[in-house]
Design a protein around this ligand. Structure first.
Ligand code: GLN
Length: 485
């Protein structure tokens, strides 16, 4: 069967269940394409020969009742994988081989999937372009001069370039949705507490969430169904009745109320983003949804709030990397000297910047003025959403304020890099679920995404809206395979 790598997850699963394809054939196809795609730099660590061995084993006694039977898959290098190096895109974890497995990846293997390797990401998931990775930047399959977004840039590049049928990323302030939008793929950031954080390298613990990235909404629903479980190993995991998201997927969204927040119409937003939003509104209406203007008055405070809360938590989480417990250690004259050298050589510039901001806003004297105030504003942002959801079922906005930018374009200007997160961070601060779906192209043919934000734990609601809209949008990614060697 030709064109295995261009098939959706759903069709690969069907072909395996119908015995039209073997796991070995599928795995070899993705390995072969990944081997020819080194230029994208999507992988940090490959595990290809093991993957093929596991596929052969699967075929010997296939369990076809599983949800991901013999499906190969690469994952973001922020998920700890037992006995396989996990770097978080950092030099400081260059030699870190976990002795345990993250719950989310364990759920995936339990359903029969096979690990292909670990995908590139911004260092400790801090970034919007994958340029902060110690392992080099990643190219966007759409165009070699473009960033794939970040921090799940390797994941987005690998799905869009068809090096993996599906993947998982993490989203602390937009790291699933923004790269999905930049690469013409679908990404879901679940409700905080939906997917376990156990075994995920921590960035900002009150914001981090794992989620699926896929070529289409149906695949995304299936993977969400697999990864979202209650987990006693994560004290913030929430126990509630989870849907069978893929089975309950439904295009009938007639009468659903969709809110359009006026505060997301920001100054200097490119015309094409406004046009995309208008088109999105029309698509939603064509699906039978009712459009309602709403207000989220504290939206403009979300970005500064995020850039206090996230670095504060990061500075605390990253204190554990001291050259003693994990990974890289530099030689020092004495203990303090060793700590200092390890951390200044082991962390890159962006991570050091965040640690400095974080320790500053948590220091006595500044705690009340910055951190505590940010926590109060965070509550106001959450209240805005609570108010809005008295009137609407979901909210529709653009995913990002621009299409993918050029490699190097924003690298030396952190503030303009941070501004890219303007539409995604409010969702993390409020702990809500949100999806990005590809919805159009800019004048250069680069993809643009729309964001659908849901009520807490209503992943099914936003999956259904996305499913209905996807059908109307009929998006086609413009990929030419320019990188294939
Ligand atoms: N781009 C944002 C940041 O740099 C979000 C990152 C993320 O979601 N992991 O913090």
């Amino acid at each position: 069967m030709s064109n295995i790598t261009s098939q959706s997850l759903t069709s690969l699963v069907k072909n395996i269940k119908d015995k039209k394809l073997s796991s070995e054939e599928i795995t070899k196809s993705f390995v072969d394409r990944s081997e020819k795609s080194k230029e994208l730099n999507s992988y940090i660590t490959e595990d290809f020969s093991n993957a093929i061995e596991k596929a052969k084993k699967f075929d010997q006694s296939p369990n076809l009742d599983l949800k991901l039977p013999g499906i190969p898959m690469a994952v973001k290098d922020l998920f700890c994988t037992k006995n396989l190096r996990t770097t978080a895109g950092s030099k400081i974890l260059e030699n870190f081989i976990p002795t345990y497995e993250s719950t989310v990846t364990q759920n995936i293997w339990n359903e029969g999937a096979i690990l292909l390797g670990k995908l590139n990401c911004d260092e400790f998931a801090m970034g919007s372009s994958n340029e902060t990775s110690f392992y080099g930047n990643v190219q966007n399959p759409i165009d070699k001069d473009l960033v794939p977004g970040g921090s799940s840039g390797g994941s987005a590049s690998a799905v869009s370039g068809q090096l993996t049928p599906i993947t998982i990323g993490t989203d602390t302030g937009g790291s699933i949705r923004q790269p999905a939008s930049f690469t013409g793929t679908v990404g879901l950031k679940p409700t905080y507490g939906s997917c376990s954080r156990y075994g995920i390298v921590a960035f900002a613990s009150s914001l981090d969430q794992a989620g699926p990235m896929a070529q289409n909404v149906e695949d995304c629903a299936l993977l969400q169904e697999v990864i979202s479980t209650y987990d006693t190993k994560d004290s913030t995991s929430t126990e509630y009745k989870r849907n069978h998201y893929s089975k309950e997927l439904n295009k009938d969204i007639k009468g659903k109320k969709i809110g359009i927040p006026k505060e997301y119409r920001v100054d200097g937003m490119p015309k094409e983003i406004e046009e995309l939003w208008q088109k999105g509104i029309q698509y939603a209406k064509d699906c039978g949804a009712e459009i309602i203007d709403i207000s989220l008055p504290h939206t403009s405070y979300a970005l500064p709030t995020y850039y206090i809360v996230a670095p504060a938590e990061a500075s605390s989480n990253l204190a554990r990397y001291d050259g003693v417990k994990y990974g890289f250690r530099a030689k020092g004259e004495n203990l303090i000297d060793m700590y200092e050298k390890t951390r200044s050589e082991g962390f890159g510039a962006e991570v050091q910047r965040r640690i400095m901001i974080g320790t500053y806003v948590l220091s006595s004297g500044y705690y009340d003025a910055y951190y505590l105030k940010a926590q109060k504003v965070r509550k106001l942002i959450k209240n805005d959403f609570d108010e809005a959801y008295k009137k609407v079922d979901a909210i529709l906005t653009p995913s990002t304020p621009s299409s993918a930018f050029k490699i190097g374009e924003k690298k030396d200007d952190p503030v303009s890099m941070y501004l890219n997160d303007i539409f995604t961070v409010p969702v993390n601060l409020a702990g809500l679920p949100a999806m990005s779906i590809p919805a159009g192209h800019d004048a250069n043919g680069y993809p643009l995404g729309l964001q659908i934000i849901g009520k807490a734990f209503d992943e099914q609601g936003i999956l259904n809206i996305s499913y209905a809209m996807e059908d109307k949008i009929n998006f086609k990614n413009k990929i030419t395979d320019w990188w294939i060697k």
